[in-house]
Write a protein that binds this ligand. Structure first.
Ligand SMILES: Cc1ncc(COP(=O)(O)O)c(C=O)c1O
Length: 397
């Protein structure tokens, strides 16, 4: 057996289940779950209809590279969203549909890691999405965790050239999970230039990019590359998903786009891996990428939650509404695991300890004394959950 399997860490939600297993919250009031970031808004009707109308697709093998119509729909969407000129993204060369970003984020490291390069590292932000770490472990690579600052993203400009030169791949997450902070275009261009200079693959996980909460759409790596003159997107990839944008976490649909050389090798890898997107999913995904109205409606629903919830948190958190996403990342006045356990036991609210999303790096752990809350439940439940949290929080003082 691969010994790296033993190094895989328990998933945050498995750890949470263990943490809470002996607690019995008051059964007379409904439990409010703010722990898991699974979208709960309605999936778009237009997509459900497309899915239902394409079931006969099961009678044939789907192409790994995706139907040309899907690739075109994705290229059109991404070009419009990230203000790329016509034909900047070649639908046949620069992108691939994937079964959700999770599997693509994992697979890309298996592709990028050079087994003969000793000391090569896979970098990631800290906190991070645990797939990045598992992918690096199973590819036999060292992990390097770049701590986020209090501003919600790592200070990417403070990384030394010596550190850059060790990387084989760097994951970034923008807008970030859990901070919701988006990297600006200049920082993305800076990172793209570092990826070229030090010859590593830069993977930008942008699966929350469509849930912007203010007036400004988060920048993306493709647009940053293009505007910086990196028109072949060299060494750069972005990952996008319908899970959050379109409330379709069960559809398993997203795409990877960027450097044509990497995409070509990725397509080859995926042919062997057997990860073609089912035909019905492909047709439903075309309908999703071609419709923007449901995505706008979705944003409105999240904005309304933050509009109602943020004033309740005054005095507990001086944070402003995040740039995007559906999380809140709060400081806790006591140990975060204790906080989460007691919040569950005493107030019937499930949340996630910050330290389940981080590792100790450079002698510190940016998840300690933090809690992550996902505002995915209906607005009334989110409001009640935060009201209960505020009362609990105040009772600690
Ligand atoms: C940061 C981040 N990346 C990627 C994913 C995976 O999303 P999906 O596989 O549904 O596209 C998630 C899901 O929660 C996430 O939080």
């Amino acid at each position: 057996m691969n010994p790296a399997l033993d190094q895989l860490k328990a998933y945050p939600f498995a750890r949470l289940a263990t943490l809470l297993e002996n607690e019995r919250p008051d059964p007379s009031r409904a439990l409010i779950d703010l722990s898991i970031g699974e979208p709960k808004h309605q999936p778009p009707e237009v997509v459900l209809q497309a899915l239902a109308g394409s079931l006969t697709q099961v009678s044939k093998y789907p192409p790994t590279s995706g139907y040309p119509e899907l690739r075109k729909a994705i290229a059109d969407w991404a070009s419009q969203r990230f203000k790329l000129p016509h034909q900047a993204l070649d639908p046949l060369a620069n992108l691939l549909p994937v079964n959700g970003t999770r599997e693509a984020l994992f697979a890309i490291t298996q592709l990028a890691a050079n087994p003969t390069r000793a000391g090569g590292e896979v970098g990631m932000p800290n906190p991070f999405y645990q797939i990045y770490e598992g992918a690096a472990l199973l590819a036999g690579k060292q992990r390097v965790y770049f701590n986020s600052t209090d501003q919600g993203q790592p200070d990417w400009r403070s990384i030394s050239d010596q550190q850059w030169s060790k990387l084989e791949l760097l994951y970034i997450c923008t807008p970030g999970n859990p901070s919701g902070v988006a990297l600006d275009e200049a920082t993305l261009a800076y990172l793209a230039n570092k990826a070229i200079e030090h010859d590593f693959i830069l993977v930008s996980d942008e699966c929350y990019s469509e849930l912007w909460l203010g007036d400004e759409k988060p920048a993306g790596l493709l647009q940053a590359c293009w505007n910086a003159g990196i028109t072949h997107f060299r060494n750069c990839l972005v990952c996008h998903s319908l899970s959050k944008r379109s409330n379709l976490p069960g559809l398993r649909s997203g795409f990877v786009a960027g450097d044509a050389d990497i995409i070509r090798k990725f397509a080859l890898y995926r042919t062997y891996h057997g990860s073609a997107m089912p035909g019905a999913t492909q047709l439903a995904s075309i309908a999703a990428w071609q419709d923007e109205s449901h995505a706008e409606h979705n944003r409105q629903l999240y904005r309304e939650k933050y509009r109602q919830v943020m004033p309740l948190l005054q005095g507990i958190c001086d944070q402003a509404t995040p740039d995007a996403g559906f999380y809140l990342w709060l400081n806790t006045p006591i140990d975060d695991q204790q906080y989460v356990r007691r919040l569950y036991a005493e107030a019937g609210v499930k949340s996630l300890p910050g330290s389940y999303l981080t590792r100790v790096s450079n002698g510190s752990d940016p998840g300690i004394n933090h809690v992550r809350l996902a505002l995915v439940a209906p607005v009334e439940q989110c409001v009640e959950g935060i009201q209960r949290l505020v009362a609990f929080h105040k009772s600690l003082n």
